[in-house]
Design a protein around this ligand. Sequence first.
Ligand code: EPU
Length: 420
Amino acid sequence: MSRAYEIVGQPNINGKIKVQGSKNSALAIIVASLLTKDVICLENVPNIADVLELLKIIKKLNCPVSFLKNNLIIDASNITYQSLLFPEIKSFRASYYFVGAFLTLFNKVEIFLPGGCKIGKRPIDQHIKGLTSLNVNLCLTNDILRANSLDIIGNEIKLDIASVGATVNLILTSLNANDKTIIKNAAKEPEIIDLVNFLKQIGANIIGEGTNTIIIYPIKKFHKANYKIMPDRIATGTYLLYGALFAKKLTLTNINTMDNYALINALISLGAEMNIRKNSITIYKLNNFDKLQIKTDVYPAFPSDLQQIMSTFLFSGQGISLIEETLFENRFTFLEEISKMNGKFLIIDNKALIIPSKFKSGVVSCNDLRGGAALLLACLMASGTSILKNVEYIERGYENIIEVLQNINVNIKEIELHEA
Ligand code: EPU
């Protein structure tokens, strides 16, 4: 028996969504909370599967948690060192942030390599390069990473790729160095700024977040704090795209509009009508639009995390769109499912031509989180009722998506499939 969503296509979306807190920011900040060895209160924490998996690990470290209505309290006063060879580590990507946090807390770590969506090779060479230059000894055997250093040395590190994960890990590790660390070609994503803002709240001295050079000064003692996680810019973008196709009127609140600049710009170029404010956007259905050329890249360019949803949206256009994916090589696999619904496209290497298509209803299966959100949109675009399988992928990152969509007049419900 498996869970699936039954979705009636062509909704008349109307209403408001209070957008959830950021998945990727929350995952980094929850791990960073452990550094305080004290009680941390986080607000706006999304209640999603990846966060719940992370909290299972936190509890195993002797840190009690209370998670109610998006308010998370973590008591890290009695945190104890343990090998992180828990199965939960393998279930999501951000578990590798324990590497940086444990090196600062305990000068050592033993951890399974992380899992996460199957969207490409996802190497960790930049983490290793950076950690090595901070004088961390590393040993990678099979799927276990062991790292230690009694003497973390502040250094200048130039990343070859502006990796979000490597930037987070190197920030966390260098808090325990003997001198300042300079990360060049650092990731500039808003989630990095959010993490650094949190670290400043617990006592860190860091400058340059949001630029490509971040300087971290070491610190001996952290203190407790309360912090509100930033809004989720990918959930914002997802619902904005759903609204652009189907909304009589859809208002998104609890957002940082600036974080979605690239998407808003793309929608404006297609003629979308929106009321844009600093922390909310109202969007109306776009009648007839042409085509787009999109190239994903690191922030502030068009985010890879919205590529699949945008590609699906563009099947409704009048012209042929061109999508270039530069971050993750397997982020077009969801298109195989779209072809079952009559979607026409052509993939050549890391580019896809999206050919205007009318979707028919069908039974399709999620293979990753954002691809799942894209297939959900495809089901909304189809005429008739579709079934979306493997919805656990979607629930890794979208909070209460069924309820959120039902509240804006989408006919969607969870069903159980009895499959042979
Ligand atoms: N890369 C390397 N070597 C490394 C690290 C990364 O070659 O050591 C490459 C990756 O293969 C990729 C590019 O660099 O081609 C960017 O990867 P990055 O490290 O920035 O991504 P990540 O930290 O693994 C985070 C988010 C992703 C999001 C990317 C890009 C988390 C937990 N995950 O992943 O979020 O797509 O940044 O913005 O923060 C999602 O939310 O659906 C998701 C996949």
